[in-house]
Design a protein around this ligand. Structure first.
Ligand code: MRU
Length: 333
């Protein structure tokens, strides 16, 4: 992704490995401060994923790959390290996919750093291809709604939902993005808006409850990312995705889900089976350090919801556009 500096713009990834350390942009500090944090052990990386220093399914996967790499370099028991890493967060399939991929590569005798770099480079390339395929379906003048952050921060580079948007903008198309703020962690307001700002892509932040209002006023397409897409085409994404999908269908607006094949869980049959992460009450009740709710009131905070396949117009993947019914063929291939 491009990041604005005093001398113009420079390329930056959400995370990278250098001199035995994994460096991550601390996504909790954005949009006000662009700072990085270094990690030298597998357990530190697992804690950073849990604390959402980095987040978004493909970035979680890449961070986990480097975490396993660090465990291997330090001679740790790899089965134990893999189990601890997989316990960091429950919903994003990429975490499990990346750890299993690393375990296979290490068992085959691959160099740990090369294996983790190879995994991350392949994710970046897949996201670039998602941008190419998805960019073609965005027409000049389109108003596009997205939710949460499925940009470069969430995928190391390019993005999933934001990759087609970036591509269309680079191709000179006039587009406008509605970024819903994504309570309670505000990934839309803080991270998607930051990324769009860095590249001067026209956008406005809207509160989550305004989605229906703007969808009815005239949105041409919705594009979101995914944390897990299961065998029947149901998928989990950030809480609040389901209602946008239902409204889009009601209003006849195409609803696209952009994700690499590493996000597909072919073993899981239905959306109901996807484990949904429950996060702390404080994420809901405390805003900028202040309790905003009555002290006796409890809060519920599911981080994701699942959307049935019937609401999906198509999945935008590195292989091109897929319909939910194509997933069984993809699994066979
Ligand atoms: O809780 P988060 O911020 O990790 O949730 C992220 C999302 O829900 C994204 O939309 C999803 O991972 C797709 S990112 C390419």
């Amino acid at each position: 992704m491009k990041v604005k500096t005093e001398n113009g713009r420079r390329d930056m990834r959400a995370l990278w490995f250098e001199a035995g350390k994994l460096t991550m942009i601390d996504q909790r500090s954005l949009p006000h401060q662009l700072r990085t944090v270094d990690y030298e052990t597998c357990d530190e990386v697992a804690a950073a994923i849990k604390d959402m220093v980095t987040r978004g399914a493909p970035s979680i996967g890449a961070a986990a790959a480097y975490g396993i790499c660090l465990a291997a370099l330090k001679g740790e028991d790899l089965e134990d390290a893999a189990a601890r890493m997989k316990a960091a967060r429950p919903t994003a399939n990429d975490l499990f996919y990346a750890v299993d991929h690393m375990m296979d590569r290490l068992a085959a005798g691959d160099d740990p750093v090369q294996a983790a770099e190879g995994y991350t480079d392949s994710i970046i390339e897949k996201c670039r291809m998602i941008g190419e395929h998805g960019g073609r379906i965005i027409q000049d003048g389109f108003r596009i709604m997205t939710h949460c952050n499925a940009g470069a921060l969430a995928t190391v580079d390019h993005g999933t939902a934001l990759a087609p948007i970036r591509q269309a903008f680079q191709d000179g198309k006039s587009i406008f993005v509605y970024a819903s703020e994504t309570r309670p962690r505000l990934q839309g307001a803080q991270l998607t808006a930051w990324e769009l700002n860095q590249e001067d892509i026209p956008h406005s932040i809207i509160v989550d409850g305004a989605s229906g209002h703007f969808l009815r006023q005239g949105v041409d397409m919705v594009i979101v990312g995914a944390d897990r897409i299961v065998a029947n085409g149901d998928f989990a994404n950030k809480i609040g995705t389901y209602e946008k999908a239902v409204l889009a269908k009601e209003l006849g607006i195409p609803f696209y889900v952009a994700a690499p094949v590493s996000t597909f869980d072919f073993e899981m049959a239905r959306g109901e089976d996807i484990p949904i992460e429950e996060r702390s009450e404080e994420e809901v009740t405390v805003v900028a350090g202040n309790l905003i709710t009555p002290s006796g009131s409890k809060a519920l905070n599911p981080a994701f919801d699942y959307t049935p396949a019937r609401y999906v117009t198509a999945f935008i993947t590195e292989l091109g556009l897929l319909k939910p019914e194509d997933i069984s063929r993809l699994r066979r291939d």
